[in-house]
Design a protein around this ligand. Structure first.
Ligand SMILES: [Zn+2]
Length: 104
């Protein structure tokens, strides 16, 4: 199902952009209704792409092995964006043991 189908009319945007509802509540993943005020009035906002590591795990056992054997170890993290939402992501460009809440 496309994101457009899930959101029922919001214009197509980048998969990692949050939505701002008219009450000021920012949601990710974007949803048709605001969880705070139930308004359907919302718009996409472009994420600056800046944030910090909120939580993470290091995957060391590939599942399925024949697909991910060459990828481990890798980091799956929850990134807290400056817009105030948290998104799942991988952390790349550093060793898994160097990941910490100080990572930006
Ligand atoms: Zn709202």
């Amino acid at each position: 199902m496309s994101k457009r189908g899930l959101l029922g009319g919001l214009p197509e945007r980048q998969a990692d952009d949050p939505a701002l509802h008219d009450c000021g509540h920012v949601r990710f993943p974007p949803t048709r209704f605001c969880s705070k005020c139930r308004s359907i009035k919302c718009e996409w906002i472009e994420s600056k792409g800046e944030g910090r590591v909120f939580s993470w795990i290091v995957v060391r056992h590939p599942v399925p092995r024949d697909v991910y054997a060459q990828e481990v170890p890798y980091v799956v993290a929850l990134i807290e964006l400056e817009e105030g939402v948290r998104i799942p992501s991988n952390v790349i460009g550093c060793e898994p043991e160097d990941v910490s809440p100080a990572c930006r």
